[in-house]
Design a protein around this ligand. Structure first.
Ligand SMILES: [Cu+2]
Length: 112
């Protein structure tokens, strides 16, 4: 009986883990061009998404903003930040720095 309960708990844990997508993005700067890399994040609709952000640019603080999911975080150089959200709609969505518009662009693809 204990083995059966253990197996049930184990399979339940795996089912939770299967729905969580974790990824780390690093902000690099080359010749004045700043980019969160990888620049495209792909998840599935319904996933719990956890993105760790590391700012490695010499120019200092930059933002990470996904307007369609209400994600907005300022990331200081050398300070790791984590954002979490539920990918509750499918489509292609913009990721960008909200502090210095028109740079640090990227995209979030949520598969149906
Ligand atoms: Cu910026």
């Amino acid at each position: 009986m204990k083995i059966l309960i253990g197996l049930l708990c184990l399979s339940f844990s795996f089912s939770i883990l299967a729905d969580t997508r974790s990824i780390t993005l690093v902000n690099y700067e080359t010749d004045g061009v700043k980019q969160w890399l990888p620049g495209t994040v792909i998840v599935k609709k319904g996933d719990d998404v956890e993105i760790t952000l590391i700012n490695n640019t010499p120019s200092g603080i930059h933002g990470f903003f996904i307007p369609d999911f209400g994600v907005k975080k300022e990331v200081k150089k050398g300070v790791k930040e984590v954002v979490k959200f539920k990918a509750d709609k499918d489509g292609l969505f913009q990721m960008k720095c909200h502090m210095h518009p028109a740079h640090v662009g990227g995209q979030l693809l949520v598969l149906p």
